[in-house]
Design a protein around this ligand. Structure first.
Ligand code: NAD
Length: 434
């Protein structure tokens, strides 16, 4: 099939390459010319395991190309995906201006009947608005619009996209359903995992999933604070909860707060949809508030450890990406912790296996960047781990102990065994552990 994808960020690039992987002819478009030029030179502008190989393979086979013009990509296609950003506005609602601009460009370039599927996470009613824009911009063209929210996870996006748990297709239009079903059929040869629904339900379904996942995490973070106060260990509580098949083990990990380009923003957007509809989503709003508080917890522990005086202290920070296996630092809790440490007069030496370049763009020269985890702890007064990269789970503690000026560990992801590291002479602070 001939497919266009507008937006070559984490979602658009993985989707475009993923569709081409199954033999489709895919044109990816982005209004960021620098990004398109980089992709044409064979550079992949983001870190996602398996993605460069998938792009190279499909470009080589002539199934995947990159264009600066969304209209040109749409003109050569029977189906177009909109995968542009929907960042938060000041009031928390989603800014859909990129979606609207992309829809206009698509309409101007359309050369015949076209299915337009919205992959971006968008407020309820956006499919209707995009339909209007398409019809107004190209009145003679036959458009069918569908919501097709994306559920991939950064860090494992290629796998998630090629082997989806489910594919939500939200539209009342028979042609759009048929074309999308046909496109996704090769992704689900073992069992059909398409969930058909109307567009508004599909739009809300994406927010509902992120709302539920975030609620579980904030629940655990709030419980962790209670554990600290009453002398319980949240890790033991979690282990008992996770065995309950009604609850399950996923998204029960307390930590230094949620970040990334999706959960915090989608919580705010869902709350805003609720407020606008006169049905406040109180659980979602509380989840956001608990998360905002949680993002300061690690900093507060560090400050308390140094009795409020961080002036001149060297704090090593391991992990800048909002989660492991990505270079994405959008709304990363590490950046907020670092900003607070700097404001309090500390010196920060940071390391991340993939996100140094992205973090430097935000933090600039106020932070020292270490190429290795061990270089970061040289002469440090404390080590604070914010992102659970696999290589941080079993470091050489003897080497860390020898390198540090004072041996204090702040474990924002409960990666380490308190008794083990305490026996090695460290002062240990985790989340929700006595
Ligand atoms: P991103 O910011 O990484 O990428 C968006 C891309 O769209 C950018 O490259 C930008 O230049 C391009 N763009 C913006 N306006 C354009 C236009 N008019 N024409 C052409 N290109 C344009 O965003 P992302 O992380 O890929 O997210 C995209 C959408 O998918 C968002 O709505 C997000 O909420 C949703 N989503 C993201 C994830 C994720 O893990 N990142 C997962 C599921 C859903």
């Amino acid at each position: 099939m001939k497919v266009a994808v507008v937006g070559t960020g984490y979602v658009g690039l993985v989707s475009g390459a993923g569709f081409s992987e199954f033999g489709n002819d895919v044109a990816c478009a982005d209004s960021d010319l620098g990004r398109i030029e980089a992709l044409r030179r064979g550079e992949v502008p983001l870190h996602e395991p398996g993605l460069p190989e998938m792009i190279q393979r499909n470009v080589r086979e002539g199934r995947l190309r990159f264009l600066a013009d969304a209209g040109e990509a749409a003109g050569a296609s029977e189906i177009v995906f909109l995968a542009v950003g929907t960042p938060p506005l000041e009031d928390g609602s989603a800014d859909t201006s990129q979606v609207e601009a992309a829809a206009e460009a698509v309409a101007r370039g359309a050369r015949g009947a076209l299915v337009v599927a919205i992959k971006s996470t968008v407020p309820v009613g956006t499919c209707d608005r995009v339909s209007e824009i398409l019809r107004r911009t190209a009145p003679g063209t036959e458009f069918a619009v569908a919501s097709n929210p994306e559920f991939l996870k950064e860090g494992d996006a290629v796998n998630d996209f090629l082997k989806p748990d489910r594919v939500v297709i939200g539209t009342g239009d028979t042609r759009a359903r048929k074309v999308l079903r046909e496109l996704y059929a090769p992704f689900m040869r073992v069992a059909d995992r398409v969930v058909l629904m109307d567009a508004r339900s599909a739009e809300l379904c994406k927010y509902a999933c992120n709302g539920m996942l975030a609620t579980r995490v904030s629940f655990m973070n709030e419980l962790a604070a209670l554990c600290e106060r009453v002398g319980a260990d949240v890790e033991q509580v979690r282990a008992g909860m996770a065995r309950d098949t009604r609850i399950g083990a996923k998204f029960l990990f307390p930590g230094a707060g949620m970040g990334g380009s999706c959960l915090p923003k989608d919580l705010r957007a869902l709350a805003s949809i609720g407020r606008a509809a006169g049905v406040p989503q109180e659980i979602v709003e509380a989840t956001s508030r608990v998360n905002a508080r949680q993002r300061t917890v690690l900093f507060e522990k560090i400050r308390a450890h140094f009795a409020g005086d961080l002036g001149g202290r060297v704090i090593a920070v391991w992990g800048l990406a909002f989660k492991p296996r990505t270079d994405d630092v959008r709304e990363s809790p590490a950046l907020e912790i670092i900003a607070r440490l700097l404001d309090a007069g500390a010196r920060v030496r940071a390391h991340d296996p993939q996100a140094l370049r992205q973090a430097r763009r935000v933090l600039g020269d106020r932070v020292e960047y270490a190429d290795t985890a061990y270089a970061a702890v040289e002469g440090a007064d404390a080590l604070c781990v914010v992102t659970e990269w696999p290589e941080f789970r079993r470091p050489d503690f003897a080497r860390i102990r020898a390198a540090m000026r004072t041996p204090a560990l702040f474990d924002g992801r409960n990666l380490w065994e308190p008794e083990t590291v305490r026996a090695m002479g460290f002062v240990y602070h985790g989340i929700g552990r006595p």
